[in-house]
Design a protein around this ligand. Structure first.
Ligand SMILES: [Zn+2]
Length: 284
């Protein structure tokens, strides 16, 4: 079912966007706004939970064992909901556009794996993925699902009350509850600490990953930004580079983005309504 397109100015912009995407060789850059319909909180959007929690920073994670312990306890509680998230109509539309031969790769700022779950290929996870962990001592990469099984075995009685878990799966854990959580070590070296294989706030995206994305952009006919306010430079720099290279930029986002001045065609409407319609118009 396709929802009605709400924004008054949308039809003309959507016509223009359809033309851009139908030309093919599109590189998609997606952000949190694409996954909100899958129940994954947008930390920066209008309904974001940034106000409720300060997100974990790399500095805290690396230097503060207590902060790390708090992160893993909350992550343990929130994981079942994260793992149960399913791709939405927007992810499916992106995968269909790609199968129709109109997209090159997909660069995503999301760490939820939902593009891949919807069937997209050549996805570069700019900020990593929550489905795996990395050991900061030995570099071993392991599955997050396996870590969850190990944590369940190590914490048979651990769990906050239901009223301490927020609707988005995040949990407020009082200190006395936190003390009862047991974190496990790396299965490969017996040491650690383990880190989710994601780029934290305050951490730099690996240079080779950025270079890969820049090469993908240079080979593209256009850049299509989906559900990103482009607040962080890790995403915004692709819009800046596209402008330098004379590559046209389209964007679908609910609300303003930092890149609006450099975007050639912008559709300000919910992605779950726009993207299936865009795919349909492109014959995907
Ligand atoms: Zn290790």
């Amino acid at each position: 079912m396709t929802a009605a397109l709400p924004a008054v100015e949308t039809p003309a912009a959507l016509d223009e966007l359809t033309g851009l995407v139908a030309d093919g060789d599109v590189l998609v850059l997606s952000g949190a706004g694409l996954s909100t319909d899958s129940g994954i909180p947008d930390y920066r959007g209008a309904t974001g939970s940034l106000r409720r929690h300060t997100p974990m920073t790399w500095q805290t994670f690396r230097r503060d064992p207590r902060g790390r312990h708090r992160y893993w306890a909350r992550s343990y509680v929130g994981w079942p909901q994260m793992a149960a998230a399913r791709p939405n109509a927007g992810h499916s539309a992106v995968a269909r556009l790609q199968r129709a031969g109109l997209l090159g790769g997909v660069v995503t700022q999301n760490v939820d794996g939902l593009h891949q779950a919807a069937g997209a290929r050549d996805v570069v996870e700019l900020h990593g993925g929550l489905d795996r962990t990395v050991c900061l001592s030995c570099g071993d990469v392991a599955s997050r699902a396996e870590l969850h099984r190990r944590l369940r075995a190590a914490n048979p009685a651990f769990g906050p009350r239901a009223d301490e878990v927020n609707p988005d799966g995040d949990a407020e854990l009082p200190d006395e509850v936190l003390d009862g959580f047991v974190m496990v070590d790396c299965r490969a070296c017996g040491s650690g600490p383990l880190k989710p294989d994601v780029v934290f706030f305050g951490e730099t995206v690996p240079r080779d990953r950025v270079d890969t994305c820049f090469r993908m952009l240079e080979e593209s006919g256009s850049l299509l930004v989906l559900g990103s306010s482009l607040t962080v430079m890790s995403g915004y720099r692709f819009v800046l580079r596209a402008a330098e290279l004379g590559i046209p930029v389209g964007a679908v986002n609910l609300g303003p983005t930092r890149g609006d001045a450099k975007v050639d065609v912008k559709v300000d409407a919910p992605l779950g309504a726009v993207l299936p319609e865009l795919a349909r118009r492109c014959g995907a």
